[in-house]
Design a protein around this ligand. Sequence first.
Ligand code: BGC
Length: 747
Amino acid sequence: MTAATAAAQGRGQGRAPAPPAGPWMDKSLAPDRRADMVIEQMTLDEKIQLVHGGQAGRGQVSPSNGGAGWIPGIPRLGIPDINMADSAVGVTRGAAMGRYSTLLPSTLAGACSWDLKAAYRYGTVIGRELRDQGYNMSIGGGVNLTREPRNGRNFEYNGEDPILAGSMVGQLMKGVQSQQIMGDIKHYALNDQETGRNIGNAILDERSMRETDLLAFEIGLRDSQAAGVMCSYNKIDGDWACENEFTLSKVLKRAFGFQGWVMSDWGGTHSTTKAALAGLDQEMPGSTYFGEHLKQAVESGEVPAARLNEMVHRILRSMFAVGVIDNPPRRRVPDVFQGLADAQYLAEQSLVLLKNANAELPLAASVKSIAVIGSHADVGVLSGGGSAQVDPPGGNAAPPPPAPADAGRGRGGFGGGRSGVYFPDSPLLAIRAKVPNAKVTYDSGSDPAAAAALAKASEVAIVFVNQPMSEGRDAASLALPENQDALVEAVAAANPRTLVVLETGGPVTMPWVDRVRAVLAAFYPGVRGAEAIANILFGDVNPSGKLAVTFPKSDVDLPHPQIAGMNPPPAEPVSPTPAPTPQQPGQPAPGRGRGGVPFDVRYTEGLKVGYKWYDAENKEPLFPFGLGLSYTTYAYSALKASPDGNGLTVTFTVRNTGKRAGSEVAEVYVSLPAAAAEPPKRLVGWEKVPLAPGEARNVTIHVEPLYLSVFSEQRDSWQVPAGDYQVMAGASSRSLPLKATVRMAGN
Ligand code: BGC
């Protein structure tokens, strides 16, 4: 019996320990001090108990709260259990416990709002509903950069730009923690594809790592002070991410100054001593390495007792800092109505209008007939699969499609990597509600000829297309699955007034784009997605989202036209397999889902992630990063940029030159001096500016030194290169009418 199971026995589910009189309960003391006071009282077994996941013993009912992770607390010291729930886009696995939770738009959609306040609100919904359901920790917070636009999990991440993604996840996690629920940011690091996620070895030079994927974590952690970081399944430059001294200790703990704790992704721990010394603080779930084996290693001195104390300190100080000890969650029915309002608001801030030829949108209320086609738009909106899957109220609104045969290898995991869960929120009904006197007819789209016939007989055709994505597998290509391109072509040929609504995990290709009038990217729009889509289609909401990811023209334009490790095997050479990790006697072989031949994922594009690749390679994207249309128009003028002693101050004016109120995301990019050898430009700031018709506002953006820096491997620090910087402002990464040059002294 492990210490954890022993502790678990006889304790009721979710029982809050009676607060003891210990001096560490004094809220006026600093969290670090309080943690140390508790540690002084703890036995070795109690310390070991906190650094691995609990499991109910054979024949026992688990006293956990039913989430993905549970760490039994120490009632005699007033330390509650840690109950973790996956909650990337809403609290998951509610159904097993008879709970309801709000499905928000995908976090990628949320990132397309470019709205830090909206991201915070997103986090408060998750934090609030975790509290309501008896959890005290979120293990959402995905911020892996979209290096690979076919990655099955992009929908639960925040796009391709490290400053945007890091800022958005930072606010999101700050929102979670505002509810006194611990937050977490994951998957650290370079877990940028699902194909072979348990066997792939990510290779990227240090400078590129620090300036891209790791920068997103750095910003997210700085802004949120999140309690946890989840290390990922993959290897990084030969070492497993959960026993990687460089990424965990050197970068995360020392360079970023991260004060919380590192937990392994589920089953991502590979050793005891190596992992403990490299910086892993908690094995999740179970006790294969950080149970008895860690105890023995501490007793023998192989792992210093001080290191175990540090692991425990990091956990306890986070619990005190966030408030889960002082203000434990209390169960109540989630505020379903508030959740619906939040979900709809967030969708309306996030959906991106990509094309609107002939000002086809917004649709007039006088429209007489509309054909609504495809994607089960009669009954629901699509959601993302895997551990982020929120349970649809009443079950899947549509029959799930079979898992694709060509999917990339990963761990089957939740739902066996299946996806295709529709939430019962009908776009058809939402559209009908807008035009009660029009004839609005649905066709499933399964027969393109039948769909085309309906489109021909209708004034307007709206085709909903979908790309179901999930943890555990990547899309083999950016093409829409299941013949949907042919469906759009057939409908567009039958009716020139064809509009397309995308329900996708991320970017997809659109060979038909020139033959349709409008394209609205709804991503996975959440439980009120249908209402948000209808509000945008009919102009009750003026779209204001902008792309947080580039939509490429074709797979051939990607840095890696073929996903590493996906059949056929990678063309790139595999580096020599490093010596196996030394393991203590009696340790089991690596766990589930790690089969297959290891391979390298060489991120040869380096710094050139997303739009930086298309800029550097002179490739024209289908829709560029930062693009998003509106029903009004905006003009930019009067750019000024000057060093302010601490970075740059950039000012300019944005005017609404149209007839509708709207919000414009004004974007600022810089080109660094040529000697810095950076990609052509990088996003360094933005603001979402609400503007009445005719209104102009002056926008002031402070660009901090970090955002102007390059990472110097020689100096092992960030450096602002001296020289001329070009500052650009405008509406997207490819529409930057304002330019100014500013000289920086450098550091
Ligand atoms: C996923 C994590 C998740 C964990 C627990 C893993 O397979 O990669 O993102 O938090 O499972 O459900």
